[in-house]
Design a protein around this ligand. Structure first.
Ligand SMILES: NC(=O)c1ccc[n+]([C@@H]2O[C@H](COP(=O)([O-])OP(=O)(O)OC[C@H]3O[C@@H](n4cnc5c(N)ncnc54)[C@H](OP(=O)(O)O)[C@@H]3O)[C@@H](O)[C@H]2O)c1
Length: 330
């Protein structure tokens, strides 16, 4: 089968598609014929060996997949031909991937593979962060940093669905316009050093910050919180982990709240199920229309990774591995 096989940690311009054996599903696992894969910022770090954990070489990256069940291991409880979406630790960017049945969900017919792959991590992260960690209430003001990025656009959409007023922080005019088209009420130019003062002048109090960027911007944003504000720590796309000043937390009665979607299924299975059901309901009703940057072919995955690393991506990047949507809808 064709796969993105990483034989050594290398720069993003050295990625190549090569031949690999089709994996076999073991006990409680399914083999999925992959249609689409959602790319995350972390995948790009992993292929370069720059992530905090290292995948053993050689490996196939890609963890957010959607496709059709091709074969079922013992006790897996799914059927061949089921349209599914799954989270895997690695192995997604290939024509076939093995997934634990416990991390695989059957897809409603109305949801395309591309949308399913786009939704898998980012929208669950946004929902967990805003509803379950910040406990955001309708009418509160949310500031999303990196708002035109993958998690950022998810936070805009989920924020709107939860009844929040959404301010979208982004570094370029194009990105700000994209974020407003994605549903934000207003844009904030976070490349302008005076952005926090400008918010203050306009009397805009920020109750919740969704921060996938970190660095100097994250530190500045923490200071923009209103009384009892919550700063959600999502990630560090800037490459720098900020240091929050404890006195700001004291003066504003503010909280710094960590979010790690990777641990929720294991630690809070009920919350995980509730959130998956909520996302499925929003998708089925059409209230949620995930923003996809564009669909790239497997051969162009290197350029897709570079777009994310060079801060050029908008929305979620999804890789089309096989065009099997039409044949697998009832
Ligand atoms: N905690 C969790 O459970 C969880 C779940 C998913 C993802 N994450 C993390 O969230 C972070 C963002 O992921 P994402 O998918 O939203 O990434 P993305 O689509 O690439 O967006 C990241 C945004 O960060 C900003 N940025 C600032 N400095 C940057 C730099 N040096 N390089 C790249 N981007 C930079 C950019 O916005 P501007 O140009 O507008 O500043 C960019 O749009 C990653 O660290 C990822 O690991 C965490």
């Amino acid at each position: 089968m064709r796969a993105l096989v990483v034989g050594e940690y290398a720069p993003l311009d050295r990625l190549e598609i090569s031949d690999a054996p089709v994996p076999e599903p073991g006990e409680g696992e399914v083999l999925i014929r992959v249609a689409a894969v959602g790319l995350g910022f972390v995948d790009g770090l992993k292929v370069q060996g720059k992530y905090q954990t290292k995948d053993p070489l050689p490996f196939v990256p890609g963890s957010e997949i959607a496709g059709v069940v091709e074969a079922v291991g013992p006790g897996a409880g799914l059927r061949t031909g089921d349209r599914v979406t799954a989270n895997v630790s690695r192995g997604g960017l290939a024509e076939y991937a093995v997934a634990p049945a416990a991390a695989t969900e059957v897809l409603p017919d109305a949801v395309s593979f591309a949308v399913a792959a786009a939704v898998r991590v980012n929208y669950l992260t946004a929902l967990f962060a805003l509803r379950h960690r910040a406990e955001a209430r309708p009418g509160e003001t949310l500031l999303v940093l990196g708002a035109a990025g993958g998690t950022g656009t998810a936070a805009i959409a989920v924020g709107r669905l939860l009844g929040l007023r959404v301010l979208a922080g982004a570094s370029t005019e194009d990105k700000r316009q994209y974020a407003v088209r994605a549903g934000a009420d207003e844009a904030v130019d976070t490349a302008d050093p005076g952005w926090r003062a400008a918010l203050k002048e306009r009397g805009l109090d920020v109750d919740v910050i969704f921060d996938p960027v970190g660095g100097a911007l994250g530190e500045e944003a923490f200071r923009a919180l209103a009384w009892r504000g919550r700063h959600l720590v999502i990630g560090f796309a800037s490459g720098d982990i900020p240091s929050a000043r404890y006195n700001i937390a004291l003066l504003k009665g503010a909280s710094l709240v960590g979010v790690d979607i990777a641990q929720v299924q294991r630690r809070e299975p009920e919350t995980w199920q509730q959130m998956n059901a909520q996302i499925a309901t929003w998708l089925a009703s059409g209230e949620l229309n995930p923003a996809i940057d564009d669909l790239v072919d497997l051969d162009d995955v290197g350029e897709a990774f570079r777009r994310m690393a060079e801060r050029r991506a908008v929305g979620k990047v999804v890789v089309r591995v096989a065009d099997i949507d039409a044949t697998h809808r009832k």
